[in-house]
Design a protein around this ligand. Structure first.
Ligand code: ATP
Ligand code: MG
Length: 572
């Protein structure tokens, strides 16, 4: 491909609104352009990468025996109502009406659509197991689209849905997807960490996310180097130590705390650590007020809280509700409320004593508070986040913390959709039974961004051979007609050898051409210039190395082929 016939609008400057490296480089290398907030178009160079990633995904899915479908993007509201998710999907799902007033969702995911499709096609155990997948667009009205294609409103997902006769079958399907995912990501040249993930209130039994460790990741991972425990912070558990008895047992007493509201202010006022306080936060769980009580030095984990309450949504209650629930201004909440309110305690509260908490009265706190004596623990659950240094739930060693980008997700769904949507098949005895499902997603665009996050330097992208838009970047530095035709000959040789080559045939300075080659990052750079015209030497260089190797015309193609093979082998 000739540069002058292609469209690679590289940018010298960093786009001001791109904060993460992959987003910056995708814009600067001319792979994508912003269409509007959270929406991107792919230029030819970027689309080649996306296609290579999809090819790898497809090959590995086929190898695992999955069958490719193509589903409509407009999914009828009836489907979502059957499963009960028309409401539950909330504002992230984009709903539209046709001219007759029929309602649809622009599919954010396809569990319902695939369950209905299989229901209409499959009737016997003989048709199972079945793993149906597609590579298709998803729409999600994200609260905060950001980081370019990593979190956009429209993106391409590979989504797969397995249907098995029993749990053992589901386990086989799940493990085969797990293996396929490992192959897919390693063939794309990225290292992933599979971590335990949240399964939701109505969720299935097991779920893992494939994470790419990255400083710009939006997920927090808790990892144990001693035993290998790995979990998303949304789900990660930790061992609680028995609360240290704080001195002699105290009696409950009221302390005047004029205008002392925050944990920080209280710590100064009482001259003690934040862990001595019981933080009491009022939430709305599906619109009903709930108080959550945790140690003052801990963060409430809203995913765990939501699951423990069996709620669809939890959000911080507005001040007016807090004041109503606690009969006091904001800042003086505690579990000993005057009016009854549903209260949920973290597991660690059970052993607290000599604690300090709001007295549900303006400018007053209780001190000497003891769980069980001063308030009853009617509901307790793990509702706080594990953090670096906490004890591993499996072995007790200190957990480490890293940030990660979620590129894929595998999930044992169970019977949620087959039961709610009444998908049955006849078993060997002619009895109608519900198949058990799993679902498996990969964000193709986000994977592309993750590849760039892991493969770049200060000059630009350095593509792994397997997903590079072209294998070779040919830079011609020629002036005369003769020199130009000598470069053209090398271009012809590469093309005829079936090597994917981008040929920079522009009338630009060598500096500009090399800078662009480094920015768009093809793994092999070939330069045909002075040393070729003078001494017959072609310069060959790997993007990820600085060494230049000179080869004569006869050995040239063999040499480049060898490099491509080696680079390919490094990855897959
Ligand atoms: P997140 O927690 O990042 O919002 P999710 O849990 O909503 O992800 P899934 O529903 O499991 O994501 O979707 C499967 C995959 O689709 C994710 O692993 C991710 O790679 C990709 N993905 C999800 N949302 C987006 C988005 N808004 N833009 C790009 N890719 C996305
Ligand atoms: Mg999401």
């Amino acid at each position: 491909m000739r540069f002058t016939r292609y469209l690679v609008p590289t940018l010298r400057e960093d786009p001001s609104d791109a904060v993460v490296m992959s987003h910056r480089l995708m814009l600067r290398a001319g792979l994508i352009r912003k269409e509007s907030a959270g929406m991107y178009l792919y230029l030819p160079l970027g689309f080649r990468v996306l296609r290579k990633i999809t090819d790898i995904v497809r090959e590995e899915m086929e190898r695992a025996g999955a069958l490719e479908f193509l589903m409509p993007e407009l999914t009828s509201a009836d489907l979502w109502k059957e499963s009960g998710r028309w409401e539950a999907m909330g504002k992230e799902m984009i709903r539209i009406k046709d001219r007759n007033g029929l309602e649809y969702a622009l599919a954010p995911t396809h569990e319902e659509a695939f369950t209905a499709a299989v229901r209409s096609i499959v009737s016997s155990y003989r048709d199972l197991p079945l793993n149906a997948y597609q590579i298709n667009t998803k729409f999600r009205d994200e609260i905060r689209p950001r980081y370019g294609v990593m979190r956009s409103k429209e993106f391409i997902m590979k989504d797969a849905y397995s249907f098995d006769m029993d749990e053992a079958g589901l386990e086989r399907s799940y493990q085969s997807m797990r293996k396929a995912y490992r192959n897919i990501f390693s063939r794309c040249g990225i290292e992933t960490i599979p971590v335990e993930a949240d399964t939701g209130a109505m969720g299935g039994s097991a779920s893992e996310e494939f994470m790419v460790a990255s400083e710009v990741g939006e997920e927090v991972l808790l990892l144990c180097a001693a035993c290998g425990y790995k979990a998303n912070q949304e789900r990660a558990q930790y061992r609680r130590s028995e609360a240290a008895p704080a001195g002699e047992p105290e009696d409950l007493r009221v302390v005047d705390t004029p205008n002392v509201r925050t944990i920080d202010d209280l710590a100064v006022f009482f001259n003690c650590g934040a862990d001595r306080f019981l933080k009491s936060i009022v939430y709305l769980a599906d619109s009903t007020p709930v108080m959550a009580v945790v140690p003052g030095d801990r963060e409430i984990n809203e995913v765990k809280l939501k699951n423990a309450l069996g709620a669809l949504e939890v959000e911080l209650a507005p001040d007016a509700i807090v004041e109503e629930v606690t009969s006091a201004p904001v800042g003086f909440a505690g579990p000993m409320t005057k009016k009854p309110v549903r209260t949920i305690f973290d597991l660690s509260i059970r052993t607290t004593r000599n604690a300090i908490t709001g007295a549900n009265e303006k400018d007053k706190h209780y001190a000497g508070v003891k769980a069980g004596r001063d308030f009853i623990i009617a509901q307790e659950a793990d509702i706080t986040s594990a953090v670096k240094g906490d004890a591993c739930p499996q072995c007790g060693a200190a957990l480490d913390e890293r940030k990660g980008i979620e590129v894929g997700h595998i999930f044992k769904l169970g019977y949620k959709y087959t039961k709610s949507m009444n998908l049955t098949v006849l078993d060997e005895n002619g009895k109608a039974v519900y198949p058990i499902m799993g679902c498996y997603g990969i964000g193709v665009n986000r994977t592309m961004a993750a590849v760039i996050e892991q493969h770049n330097d200060d000059k630009g992208i350095s593509w792994p051979m397997t997903v590079a838009p072209f294998q070779v970047h040919l830079v011609g530095i020629a002036k005369s007609e003769d020199e130009i035709s000598a470069v053209e000959e090398i271009y012809g040789m590469l093309s005829n050898a079936g090597i994917e080559v981008l040929y920079d045939d522009r009338k630009a300075s060598p500096g500009v051409k090399f800078a662009d080659a480094d920015l768009i990052g093809m793994p092999v750079r070939v330069t045909v210039g002075k040393s070729y015209f003078k001494d017959g030497e072609i310069e060959v260089k790997l993007r990820r190395e600085s060494e230049i190797v000179r080869v004569g015309k006869d050995a040239f193609i063999g040499h480049v082929r060898g490099l491509i093979e080696i680079e390919w082998g490094r990855i897959s």
